[in-house]
Write a protein that binds this ligand. Structure first.
Ligand code: PRP
Length: 207
């Protein structure tokens, strides 16, 4: 039986595939520019496929994938009924409030916040009693304060170079982010003979 793994496309995928290789699963058919959708390892123990990051939780919750690898940011923004078993310590970054260094946060005035993460932003500003107007943005979020669309942004910061190269700074850190291994709740019980050895290999690397 092949165990199906959903990987989040983008920044996590490369690191997740490297991690799969490190723990002994080789995918000779895989290349970044391939149009193939599903890749099987040489031992035929697992197959992985790449999906948009918010869909990883959906595939795993519904059982179309047994395992998923996705950032904590995505799980916070799009919660799924799955077991979050391991912090894989890859894809490390921070969820931050960012903007111009002189951004004035006036607590009696609504702050306009541009973000790909409206739920995380809402929860954070609620927790500090800051009223906000959220503007959903799908990419290049840093443009929002530069073009006057928002006062600040809530986004992930990895190397910090996107902020730096656009004259912005971190104003507050909301939380640390890294990639997580999630598992379908039924698969963990019914396919344990196949899934447990895979999880143990990940566990050994994550320590
Ligand atoms: C992410 C994030 C920031 C950038 C942070 O965007 O939204 O823009 O990476 O990384 P850095 O701190 O290393 O510069 P992503 O590259 O995923 O693309 P997007 O803007 O299209 O969402």
């Amino acid at each position: 039986m092949k165990i199906k793994i959903a990987l989040a496309k983008g920044r996590v995928a490369k690191k997740a595939i490297a991690l799969l290789t490190d723990i002994g699963y080789l995918f000779p058919d895989y290349s970044e520019d391939s149009r193939k959708l599903i890749f099987t390892d040489t031992t035929e123990a697992i197959e992985f496929f790449l999906v948009k990051s918010p869909d990883v939780g959906t595939y795993v919750e519904k059982g179309a994938a047994d395992i998923g690898i996705v950032g904590r940011d995505v799980l916070m923004e799009h919660p799924a009924k799955v077991y979050e078993l391991l912090n894989l310590n890859i894809g490390q970054c921070r969820m931050c409030v960012a903007g111009y260094a002189d951004t004035r946060i006036q607590f009696n005035k609504k702050l306009t916040v541009g973000t790909k993460y409206p739920n995380i932003a809402k929860q954070y500003f609620n927790s500090i009693d800051q009223p906000v107007d959220l503007i959903m943005i799908n990419g290049s979020v840093e443009l929002a304060p530069i073009l006057g669309l928002s006062d600040c942004i809530v986004d992930i910061v990895e190397s910090g170079s996107t902020l730096r190269e656009n004259g912005l700074v971190v104003l507050n850190t909301i939380c640390d982010i890294s990639s997580r291994l999630i598992v379908n709740q039924v698969s963990l019980k019914t396919k344990s003979a196949y899934i447990d050895p895979i999880i143990h290999r990940f566990e050994a690397m994550a320590l």
